[in-house]
Design a protein around this ligand. Structure first.
Ligand SMILES: [Fe+2]
Length: 601
């Protein structure tokens, strides 16, 4: 039996994956354990977890695979900073220092931390790992492959072809010409954290009009063959480790958006959870200011979509295949994903749920299993429940140790009874923390670590924001819908066949005649980001939604990730209880335990 450990760290999301005979046994991002969002340090806890879950000792591992090639990356950083020297001496020194200290010596770090001989450690390439993470998890024997991200070693975009258990890259676009870094520069300009706030730009775009496409296109030239070039005068990421855009960018677009400014427009109105509304003239002035930034977000999103669609068309032309496997950070842009399907000849798309760098750990390990260890492509990823789970016994001990008053929780053995009770709380307008089974792989909560509410109540957006999320209107709430009824509510023909929709990776239109029935999950432009829920892969969650459907006629729930703003999604029952206590959530379900906010009557 072959055992392969896949690792990604020292860049974006650190993660560990254990493959047994080519299929994952366990996988997790380190942030869930360390409680540091996007933790990129060596994934010690995640590694320990996946080895324990697979009952595997380090010496039993055949290979450990790192998801990229540190020396190639070093080559890129050296050449880039040397090219900009001496205009960026500080960045140069800083960049070299941070690389030399830790990143180059990956083999030694892994050998020591995992406890394995150095000659068992292999290195994949960053974009090969991305591509493999999509194709080798897909149901396809042959498919086109597209990867787009910020940057790996040199590549920022690749086009390839997957066949049987192999993956061949046909074309690459190299740093500094990066669609990911182009979008990130606007993420920073719009007042959000790079690698975190890209979702917010996407969510803000529907509040704007794409009035500045012409200006945005001064920064990027899109060619008909899908290739593109950035005008580097407007960017700084290639000569600075901190700044992403230059003073010329500011000359063109004006002052960056204040990260502390509240976002609202005349269309969004003033959400009640912002507190007291300013007087009309101040409201108008502030709303207009924010409208400008929403218009920029809309323009950038349109240009990104155009670039991605041109690339996808080129991939189709080069491969002649009608199934696409898509990966890299840009594949998390769920608005663009749906447009690929709508506006290119591709008939099907597969996106692995951890499409960013965390997923590189999975792709690297699968690439080695398939290409080097001679394994067969047999794994198809149709769910994300590969994280840690906790027993009822552990939950009981935790509740008792935490001195939770016995009147505040109860154990409900009868599953039907529990589901009935949870649904009645949801219908009565309560917000429920829903924790059970193994936590999800990737950035989305898909029903095992979720906060749930009634999607029929328009006030739920405000309630969930006021009580728990404290988010601004540009972050719409997603939904989880029974696979059997998804097409009745969303403009998504053959909903059951779309793998990305299982992982909340498509933004689609809510059917016009249904929008009023599910206002809490319908965004300002009439769209939503549904998770299509299958009984086979999510039986307990499916039962819950199904009971809600029987009671209300609506086969879906509002689903948002179980965390407070800025925190990673909860891992353990302790994390869940802490989040529950610190928020305005009403009810907490931990497996079959029901915890109340205050003492039961
Ligand atoms: Fe990447």
């Amino acid at each position: 039996m072959s055992k392969i450990l896949g690792l990604s760290f020292f860049y974006h999301d650190a993660a560990a994956v254990l493959l047994s005979d080519g299929a994952p046994v366990a996988m997790a991002e380190e942030e869930r354990f360390s409680r540091k969002k996007h933790d990129y340090d060596f994934p010690e806890s995640a590694t320990q977890f996946v080895l324990e879950a697979g009952n595997t000792k380090p010496k039993e591992l055949d290979w450990v695979v790192f998801y990229e090639k540190p020396f190639l990356k070093f080559d890129r950083v050296m050449k880039t900073f040397l090219a900009s020297f001496p205009t960026a001496p500080n960045a140069f020194v800083h960049g070299i220092k941070s690389l030399f200290i830790s990143k180059l010596w990956i083999r030694e770090v892994i050998s020591k931390k995992v406890g394995i001989e150095p000659d068992k450690i292999l290195f994949s390439e960053h974009h090969l790992s991305h591509g493999a993470s999509a194709f080798l998890c897909s149901p396809y024997k042959r498919a086109a492959v597209l990867t787009i991200d910020g940057v790996g070693e040199w590549a920022c975009t690749t086009i390839g072809i997957g066949q049987e258990n192999g993956l061949k890259i046909l074309k690459e676009i190299h740093f500094p010409h990066s669609l990911g870094l182009f979008y990130s520069a606007f993420t920073a300009f719009l007042g959000f954290e790079v690698n975190e706030g890209e979702y917010k730009v996407m969510g803000m775009a529907p509040y704007g009009r794409p009035k500045y496409i012409g200006k945005v296109k001064k920064l990027i030239t899109l060619f008909d063959d899908g290739s593109y070039r950035l005008n580097l005068d407007y960017f700084s990421f290639h000569k600075s480790t901190k700044e992403t855009y230059s003073s010329r960018f500011i000359e063109l677009f004006g002052k960056p958006r204040d990260p502390g400014a509240k976002f609202f427009t005349h269309e969004s109105g003033w959400p009640s959870y912002f507190g007291l509304k300013p007087e009309e003239s101040i409201f108008d002035e502030l709303a207009e200011k924010q409208q400008y930034y929403a218009d920029i977000a809309a323009s950038v999103q349109v240009v990104l979509e155009e670039a991605v669609i041109k690339l996808a068309n080129e991939v189709y032309k080069l491969t002649g295949l009608d199934k696409l496997c898509f990966a890299g950070g840009v594949a998390l842009n769920s608005v663009a994903n749906w447009k690929i399907l709508k506006e290119t000849p591709f008939q099907e798309i597969f996106i692995q749920p951890s499409a960013g760098d965390g997923g590189g750990a999975l792709g690297g390990a699968l690439a080695i299993y398939n290409a080097c260890a001679g394994g067969e492509k047999k794994f198809i990823q149709n769910h994300t429940y590969y994280g840690k789970e906790y027993t009822s016994q552990a939950i009981k001990q935790m509740l008792e140790a935490d001195n939770i008053n016995k009147n505040r929780f109860e154990y409900i053995e009868d599953e039907k009874e529990l589901i009935k009770l949870v649904v009645s709380h949801l219908i009565e307008g309560r917000v429920v923390g829903w924790f059970h089974g193994r936590f999800e792989w990737g950035p989305r909560a898909l029903g095992n670590r979720s906060i749930l509410a009634d999607p029929r109540r328009s006030e739920m957006k405000d309630i969930v924001n006021t009580k728990i999320k404290f988010r601004e209107p540009y972050r719409p709430f997603a939904s989880s819908v029974l696979a059997e009824y998804a097409e009745d509510f969303f403009e998504m023909p053959n909903a059951k066949n779309h793998y990305p929709a299982r992982f909340m990776l498509y933004v689609v239109k809510v059917r016009k005649d249904k929008r009023e029935s599910v206002p809490a999950i319908t965004h300002v432009d009439g769209t939503s980001r549904p998770q299509v829920v299958f009984k086979e892969t999510s039986p307990r969650y499916w039962n819950l939604i199904n009971h809600f459907y029987q009671q209300t006629g609506i086969p879906m729930l509002l689903n948002t990730s179980f965390n407070l703003k800025g925190d990673p999604i909860v891992n353990s029952p302790q994390d869940a209880l802490k989040t529950f206590q610190e928020s305005g959530m009403d009810i907490l379900i931990l497996e079959n335990f029901l915890v109340y906010k205050s003492r039961k009557a």
